[in-house]
Write a protein that binds this ligand. Structure first.
Ligand code: SF4
Length: 341
């Protein structure tokens, strides 16, 4: 019999669909956002039940971590209402927000919205650019979006805030990406970070395989772009390169997450239960879900494509790709949405 995965749940992420996202990014790693919007107070009431809980998986503690999806549209006013939650869960002070998924505001409204964030204590305003102009608009599903993000960055700079920028690198965006970098430099503001990255193999990003860069694009990347690889995702390997590493992978205990997307109906299903009962059940269900899939080394040996030169930043991306192929070959029912797979 094939070996089972040996997993320990290290964190339960409670992700509340509190805020609508006004984008429809074709590279969105969250993917399908169906499900009713969850009022912020409802989410806070629910997650605060877990603040003093210390669930365990085996002999180790499991962290419970609330997170608000899908955008920062709620503004500094919403962030103030969330402060007790951040304190209760020991979350660090919010110093950076990203501007993806916001509704359109004119420049005066945007200035007031950003000023409120600055006064709240946010230091860095981040934006993701998927190419320039119409190319970006098409990736993000909204006409005029490049100009809008540009305006938000410009206003943030004028307010004395730092900028953060992520640049999506695909076969489509590559030809003009240095031009984009030069344009961004004209904002002439303190830069917290400027990163370049291929789309994650996750959510809608899975559908961008034909647009994903390969080894040849990676190996001829201009030095300036090489230096913009995020230190968090510095490993740019093709599938065939990942497979060489994974071929010798031994089955070992993995620390994994349990992801829970909360909407109104999911919270209602939990509401009659004790918090400790909920976490125990989530840990058990998540472990069963992980155990339904063979260990990574075996997936790599059985389902790896040794000719695939496309680039993936993280081993979880290769793992998802291999799980997708495994499921096509051997349809298996498990609660995939509770896992990172
Ligand atoms: S803004 Fe963020 S959450 Fe919204 S679609 Fe784009 S990537 Fe996804």
């Amino acid at each position: 019999m094939a070996p089972k995965r040996n997993v320990r749940i290290s964190t339960i992420w409670l992700a509340g669909a509190v805020q609508h996202c006004a984008h429809a990014c074709s590279y969105c790693s969250i993917g399908d956002k169906a499900g009713g919007r969850l009022p912020l107070e409802h989410f806070l009431d629910f997650v605060m039940r877990f603040a003093r809980l210390l669930p365990r998986d085996g002999d180790k503690e499991v962290k419970v971590h609330p997170i608000v999806h899908y955008s920062y549209e709620y503004g500094a006013e919403g962030a103030r209402r969330m402060e007790p939650m951040r304190r209760a869960f020991g979350l660090p002070t919010l110093e950076q927000i990203t501007t993806g998924g916001l509704r359109l505001r004119d420049e005066a409204q945007s200035r007031a919205w950003l000023r409120d964030w600055r006064d709240f204590g946010v230091r860095t305003i981040h934006a993701t650019f998927a190419g320039m102009n119409e190319t970006h608009d098409s990736y993000n599903g909204r006409r005029g979006d490049f100009d809008y993000l540009w305006m938000l960055q410009k206003v943030a700079a004028e307010l004395g805030m730092e900028l953060g920028q992520s640049l999506l690198l695909t076969k489509t965006t590559a030809p003009r990406i240095l031009e984009l970098v030069e344009k961004l430099k004209t904002l002439n503001a303190p830069l917290d970070h400027r990163w370049v990255f291929p789309p994650a193999y996750m959510g809608h990003g899975k559908a961008l395989e034909a647009d994903r860069i390969g080894e040849s694009e990676r190996d001829t990347l201009p030095r300036e772009l090489c230096e913009m690889r995020s230190p968090h995702f510095a490993t740019w390997r093709s599938e065939r390169e990942w497979l060489k590493e994974l071929a010798t992978e031994q089955t070992r205990q993995e620390e994994v997450f349990c992801n829970v997307r909360l909407d109104v109906s999911r919270i209602q299903a939990f509401e009659t239960k004790e918090s400790s009962e909920i976490t125990k059940s989530l840990i058990d269900r998540a472990r069963r879900a992980y155990e339904a899939i063979p260990p990574l080394g075996e997936l790599a040996r059985e389902f790896g494509d040794r000719t695939n030169e496309r680039i993936y930043l993280h081993r979880y991306e290769i793992e998802r790709l291999l799980v997708d192929r495994f499921l096509i070959s051997i349809p298996t029912s498990f609660e995939r949405d509770l896992t990172e797979l």
